[in-house]
Ligand binder design. Structure first.
Ligand code: ATP
Ligand code: MG
Length: 748
């Protein structure tokens, strides 16, 4: 067979790696050097040259988006589609648990808790332990528990050396019990359990070890302890793991990622061949020069320098915006220019440090009627009304789902009060039962007639809906439940745009269900039986996958619900539409765009003040900046605002220290508004009338007072209307430019 197409478009180093002898390998290389490309070609190589069955390949990527892209690229290379396990760690773990729910000690229709559900459950647990939420903060405990799970630790593994820790361990145990009763697992639990079922079932592990001879991992630098343990269980020292990573792009330390896993890998697989790639194919010379200089400020790197044979390209544009709205307008205008010159909107990406920054950009794009798409952030599936609807669907799918029960039992209100709920919770606790069973029992005895009736109406509603949707298509089922559960009616009563938007979102959920096919999801083989409970069963299950013969589909509704939790809102807009891409720097990892805007480059925001407190945190922020910089192919813009209103507070921050870490000659400052206001300057300096200035009564040389900065002297004006600015020299504070319309200056 001619396999030259597998090596086409690769340089010598990349070819070496793709054609590496069967055995462990580590590719350590910088951004844009073709790591992901090598991984994709390697998989095709395994199939076409080494004769590996696609069934024996397990490929792990970092996001669902990356997984879908990888699958597509492999299939293009091979010229046909195939059944192969490609996914994120969470997606693959989930899939394994669906197959082996019995070994995992789960119920067959277990549900996944996202972090909001987790917090709600945590509050319940704290209440049942009679602990004060102000002292035992749910979010912090959640953090504690997730961190333990990421390290592979159960309550029994933890030692209590002081009373606080003892209490934390007790809470952890109580939380686990509550999850078990409700038949739910959180994200960290997916990984830990997937690890435990292999660790504790040697037969099962053996099966998967034989099955997945080829394990390939992208973005290896961001694996955490439990993911690494999971991988090494699967790949014995004689195994063939093929991992690629870049220590300079490790950005999930805060979530337990261990960049040390790169070194650990070399110790655990001493025979692994090491490949390095240094030629970058993504960015212009100037962008690379900037990225290299920036990351050189970090210590303890494994060290590599990227180079390109391409042109240096344009300098990096630096824009000092007056405020966050001006920043957004600037970005919109630049993208307009890009489009006017024949570019596509999807080629432009706005990257920011914090989700909250997206809102102002969204507004600006809306005003400009420019289609955009937000990846991550406040995602479609995280919106309250969507979660309400999903809670109805979940409880229809699994009556023991207490989290969903709590969410909708009295929403829309049907006269079920706090007292009734307390009683149900008490009953559930003492009988180790679900709230649903508690409700059934308490209706029979214990509740007042009115309360019993109200509760009965809820149980009947759920049973009725469950019966009615039994034979419907998924989207019809979703539609039916949304229409009949009372949510739409109740939101329609809500006044104004908010209620309307909620109804629209609910309707959007129906379209999401309509567009949903299991292929979009972890279950690339819709035919996976869900009840394999022994290695033999698993063999059968995987054989079914291999020849796609019989199929027992996972119920579409369950599959959809799992998708809703795992997906990062990819359902919100058509991903193929030509729209501007917006996302946090974290979610931009691995991606590339011709034009990139790094927005909000201010001290405190980026580097984030919380993370910049210690050196390790600051270095991680710098790696994040390196990731952002190296997303850009042709043009890179860096923007910061001199005044920013975020979370309702005004900030006057310094430009990010990272800007100062770029070589001076790669930057080009632009301040278009300065030019616009030249005539005004001229007028002022010629001593012309100041009536035209935006602040009547305030002249150059006037003494003014500012609530925060104190007293100062006006030095300059520029701009007009809402964009007008004033320059003031404050005593002991130095000179600052302020937006006149915000600044609230008083003449003194
Ligand atoms: P990151 O660290 O950001 O994940 P990466 O190392 O995975 O980057 P890729 O995304 O695989 O890099 O490749 C970067 C870009 O360079 C892609 O557009 C890819 O198609 C292109 N590329 C990689 N190798 C070559 C090559 N040999 N010839 C031409 N283009 C290449
Ligand atoms: Mg990559």
């Amino acid at each position: 067979m001619d396999v030259s197409h597998l090596l086409d478009g690769l340089n010598d180093d990349q070819r070496q790696a793709v054609g590496s002898p069967l055995g462990a390998a580590l590719i350590l290389a910088g951004a844009g050097s073709g790591k992901t490309r090598v991984l994709v070609h390697r998989i095709a190589w395994l199939v076409q040259v080494e004769g590996a069955s696609p069934n024996t390949i397990l490929a792990v990527t970092f996001t669902n988006k990356a997984a879908a892209e990888m699958r597509g690229r492999i299939e293009t290379l091979l010229g046909h589609s195939m059944s192969m396990w490609v996914g994120t760690f969470h997606g693959l773990a989930h899939r394994l648990l669906r197959l082996h729910w019995r070994e995992a000690g789960l119920s067959q229709n277990f549900q996944i808790l996202d972090s909001e559900d987790q917090a709600r459950l945590m509050r319940k647990v704290l209440k049942s332990l009679e602990l004060d939420e102000t002292r035992w903060v749910p979010r912090e405990i959640q953090w504690f528990i997730n961190a333990q799970k990421d390290e592979g630790l159960r309550p029994k593994h933890l030692k209590a050396d002081d009373p606080t820790r003892l209490q934390l361990i007790k809470i952890y145990q109580a939380y686990e019990d509550a999850c078990k009763r409700a038949g739910v697992v959180d994200f960290a639990e997916l990984l830990l359990r997937a690890y435990e079922i292999w660790r504790d079932n040697p037969g099962l592990l053996e099966h998967y070890r034989n099955r997945f001879a080829h394990v390939l991992v992208d973005e290896f630098q961001d694996t955490n302890t439990i993911q690494y343990k999971w991988l090494t269980l699967l790949s014995t020292p004689n195994g063939l793991p093929f991992v690629v990573g870049d220590d300079d792009q490790s950005i999930y330390r805060w979530r337990g990622a261990k960049v040390e896993n790169l070194q650990q890998f070399r110790r655990d697989f001493p025979k692994a061949i090491l490949y390095k790639l240094e030629q970058n194919y993504r960015s212009t010379g100037i962008i690379l020069q900037a990225a290299n200089a920036l990351i050189a400020h970090n210590e303890g790197r494994l060290g590599k320098t990227l180079w390109t044979s391409g042109a240096p390209g344009e300098r990096i544009k630096l824009y000092a915006a007056f405020n966050e709205r001006d920043e957004a307008d600037f970005v919109v205008n630049r993208i307009r220019d890009w489009v006017a010159h024949g570019g596509a909107r999807r080629e432009a990406a706005v990257l920011y440090r914090s989700n909250a920054q997206s809102r102002v950009f969204e507004e600006a794009f809306l005003n400009a009627r420019m289609p955009y798409r937000v990846y991550g952030g406040l995602r479609f599936f995280e919106r309250a009304e969507i979660k309400d609807a999903l809670a109805y669907l979940r409880i229809i799918s699994s009556r023991n789902d207490d989290t969903s029960f709590e969410r909708v039992v009295n929403f829309p209100t049907r006269g079920i009060g706090a007292k009734t709920l307390d009683m149900l919770r008490d009953y559930a606790r003492t009988h180790a039962a679900s709230l649903w069973s508690a409700a059934e029992a308490c209706i029979k005895s214990g509740l007042t007639q009115r309360a019993a009736q109200a509760l009965q109406s809820f149980l009947q509603l759920i049973e009725k809906l469950a019966a009615e949707i039994k034979d419907l298509e998924l989207y019809e089922a979703v539609d039916h439940v949304i229409q009949m559960c009372g949510l739409i009616e109740s939101f329609k009563k809500e006044k104004g745009e908010r209620g309307e938007a909620r109804v629209e979102n609910l309707l959007e959920l129906v379209s999401a269900a309509r567009g949903f096919t299991p292929e979009q999801n972890w279950a690339d083989n819709a035919g996976l039986p869900t009840d394999a409970n022994s290695p033999e069963d698993a063999t059968r299950a995987t054989d079914v996958v291999a020849n796609r013969a019989i199929s027992v589909p996972l119920a579409p509704l369950e599959s959809f619900l799992a998708h809703a939790v795992l997906e990062s809102g990819e359902g919100q807009a058509d991903p193929y539409a030509d729209c501007v891409q917006m996302m946090t720097l974290h979610s931009a990892k691995g991606l590339e765009f011709p034009v990139v805007f790094l927005a909000g480059m201010e001290e405190g925001l980026f580097p984030h003040q919380r993370s910049a407190a210690d050196l390790a945190g600051l270095e991680e922020e710098r790696r994040l900046c390196y990731v952002g910089t190296t997303r850009a192919m042709r043009q890179l813009y860096i923007t910061y605002a001199e005044q920013r209103r975020l979370y309702g507070v005004d900030n006057y921050a310094q430009p990010s220290r990272f800007i100062g870490e770029f070589p001076v000659d790669v930057l080009e400052e632009i301040r278009p508004r300065l030019q616009i206001s030249r005539p005004l300057f001229a007028k002022i300096s010629q001593g012309g009338s100041l009536r035209e200035t935006p602040a009547p009564g305030m002249k150059m040389g006037s003494r003014v007072r500012h609530a925060k900065f104190g007293d100062g002297v006006v030095l300059n004006f520029e701009g007009n209307g809402p964009q007008a600015r004033i320059q003031v020299n404050f005593e002991g504070q130095g000179t600052k430019w302020l937006m006149l319309s915000y600044a609230n200056l008083e003449v003194v």
